[in-house]
Design a protein around this ligand. Structure first.
Ligand code: 6PG
Length: 250
């Protein structure tokens, strides 16, 4: 039996965002105290928007030493950075425009470039940042799709089982769109890997990921098993409504 996942259930999306912001601040504080910097890979989509806005708000922004923060993305849509679909634009509008992260510490994926080139440039940026060290992010934020995808690791994608490259350009049939994503090679090196899941629409996928025997090809989020880091699920009540009590032990 795999070890019980660490699942934290919050009454609603706002309380989930508050708790995630507290965790971000504390993880950053510890990393900066220990190593002088804090590296995080941000999630895209809509769920983390509330978290990013909170981190830019007076209750949280002053508690982060932003000049020591390095921000990357778990994935990006292959669109220009000012496109409404851009994960970079979402984070920039919700947080980056409002906190003093040095521009050189913001490592966006170049969605405007051809997908394969964008993935190669992102991998080069990652390798330049980490040097000879493994890409061990202090914090990786992930979302969960209602089909069990995470980052841009979608059901049936070969990228789910990539074992060498740090990034991949993936064509997502169901979206008829290209994406660039971190691969499990990087995602499973994270020291703290946190899924943020909110909304009843995610309940079935969350229950299947946490409680079913389905494989990662069907439910890519199941490929996320940090080698040394902590895996934490932060979910709201609506998303948790299908979980059995076995999982709700935290
Ligand atoms: C993306 C994300 C993706 C997202 C899930 C959940 O680029 O869309 O990386 O993996 O986290 O699809 O998205 P929502 O938070 O919008 O439900």
């Amino acid at each position: 039996m795999s070890p019980q996942p660490e699942v934290h259930i919050f009454a609603n999306a706002d309380k989930l965002a508050q708790a995630a912001a507290e965790r971000f601040v504390e993880t950053a504080r510890q990393a900066i105290a220990q190593r002088g910097s804090f590296s995080a890979a941000l999630a895209g989509g809509t769920t983390p928007q509330a978290l990013y806005r909170l981190l830019a708000a007076p209750g949280f922004a002053p508690r982060v030493e932003w000049r020591r923060v390095h921000l990357f993305w778990g994935d990006e849509r292959c669109v220009p950075p000012d496109d409404a679909q851009s994960n970079y634009r979402m984070a920039r509008e919700a947080m980056l425009d409002h906190v003093p992260v040095p521009p050189e510490n913001i490592h966006r994926i170049h969605g405007e470039a051809p997908p394969t080139a964008a993935a190669a440039v992102y991998e080069a940026d990652l390798r330049a940042f980490w040097g000879s060290l493994p890409p061990q992010f202090d914090l990786i934020l992930l979302g969960l799709g209602d089909d069990g995808h995470t980052a841009s690791l979608f059901p049936g994608s070969q990228a789910v089982f990539e074992s060498e490259r740090w990034t991949a350009a993936v064509y997502v049939e169901k979206l008829a769109a290209w994406r660039v994503t971190l691969t499990p090679v990087v995602l499973n090196l994270g020291l703290s890997v946190i899924f943020l899941v909110a909304g009843a629409v995610k309940a079935a996928a969350l229950q299947r990921v946490l409680e079913s025997a389905a494989d990662a090809e069907t439910l890519p989020a199941k490929i996320i098993r940090p080698e040394d880091g902590n895996l934490i699920w932060m979910v709201d009540q609506p998303a948790a409504r299908s979980l059995t009590n076995l999982t709700k032990h935290v």
